[in-house]
Design a protein around this ligand. Structure first.
Ligand SMILES: O=P(O)(O)OC[C@H]1O[C@H](OP(=O)(O)OP(=O)(O)O)[C@H](O)[C@@H]1O
Ligand SMILES: O=c1cc[nH]c(=O)[nH]1
Ligand SMILES: [Mg+2]
Length: 216
C-alpha cells in the first residue's frame, strides 16, 4: 500500500504546533484545515490533464489544460473529518461530499456506524477520505469497505497523523488504497491513542469534553 509521509517544512511546522498541550480550539481547527489543504495539494499532483481550447483575453483561441478523468468525492469521517473539509474544498471546490458517520467504541476500539450518505454516481467517482487520525485503522477500513461496496474504486486517504499499527492493518485489507499523512507517529498506547499524536482530535475540533488526560 503506498503511504506518503509528506516532509514539507510547512507541514512539519504546523503538525508540531498541533501537538502542544495548551493549544486553543481555534488554533487546532485552523491548523487542521491548513494541513488538509497542503496534503490535498500533494495528493492531487498526478491528476490527469487534458487539452482544451478557450477564447483568450484578446479573442484569439488559446490551448490550455484542464483536469480530466473521474470526478472526486470528498469523504469526511464524522466527526473529526469535518475539521479538514474546508481545507480540502479550498482546492477542490466543486467536489461532492459523501459523509460517513463512525464512532469508535472506547472499550472495544471497534467503530460503530451511524451514518452513510454517499454522493450520487459514487461508482463513477474517485474518493478522497479525510480523517485526522489513523489509529488502529478500524474506522478507515470500515469506511473503505462501505465505499467499495458502493462501487467506488480509486480511493485515497488524507490523515494528519498515522500510527504504524493502523497502516499495517489497512495494508492487509486494502493494499490498493493510497494514504497521505503529515506524520507517521511512534505507536498506539494501551487505550488505542496515537503517541505522540494529537490527543482526541474530534474533541479538540469540536470543543467537547476531553477524556481524562491521565488515561491518554
Ligand atoms: O483508527 P481508529 O482506531 O478507528 O481510530 C481513529 C478514529 O477515531 C477518531 O474518531 P472517533 O471515533 O473518536 O469519533 P469522533 O470523530 O466523533 O471524535 C478519529 O477521528 C478516527 O475516526
Ligand atoms: O489518538 C487518537 C486515536 C483515535 N482517535 C483520536 O482522536 N486520537
Ligand atoms: Mg471518528
Amino acid at each position: 500500500m503506498p503511504i506518503h509521509e509528506i516532509n514539507h517544512p510547512l507541514i512539519k511546522h504546523k503538525i508540531g504546533l498541533m501537538r502542544r498541550n495548551d493549544i486553543s480550539t481555534k488554533h487546532f481547527r485552523e491548523l487542521a484545515q491548513e494541513i488538509a489543504t497542503l496534503l490535498t495539494y500533494e495528493a492531487t499532483k498526478d491528476l490527469p490533464l487534458e487539452p482544451c481550447i478557450i477564447n483568450g483575453w484578446d479573442g484569439s483561441q488559446v490551448s490550455v489544460e484542464k483536469i480530466a478523468g473521474k470526478k472526486i468525492t470528498i469523504v469526511p469521517i464524522l466527526r473529526a473529518g469535518i475539521g479538514m473539509l474546508e481545507g480540502v474544498l479550498d482546492l477542490i471546490p466543486s467536489a461532492k461530499v459523501s459523509v460517513i458517520g463512525l464512532a469508535r467504541n472506547e472499550e472495544t476500539l471497534k467503530p460503530d456506524t451511524y451514518l452513510q450518505k454517499l454522493a450520487y454516481e459514487i461508482d463513477q467517482r474517485n474518493a478522497l477520505i479525510i480523517d485526522p487520525m489513523l489509529a488502529t485503522g478500524g474506522s478507515m477500513i470500515a469506511t473503505i469497505d462501505m465505499l467499495k461496496a458502493a462501487g467506488c474504486k480509486g480511493i485515497c486517504a488524507l490523515v494528519l497523523v498515522a500510527a504504524p499499527e493502523g497502516i499495517a492493518a489497512l495494508e492487509k485489507v486494502h493494499p490498493d488504497v493510497v494514504v497521505y499523512t503529515a506524520s507517521i507517529d511512534s505507536h498506539l498506547n494501551n487505550k488505542g491513542y496515537i503517541i505522540p499524536g494529537l490527543g482526541d482530535a474530534g474533541d479538540k475540533i469540536f470543543g467537547t469534553h476531553q477524556k481524562d488526560i491521565k488515561f491518554l
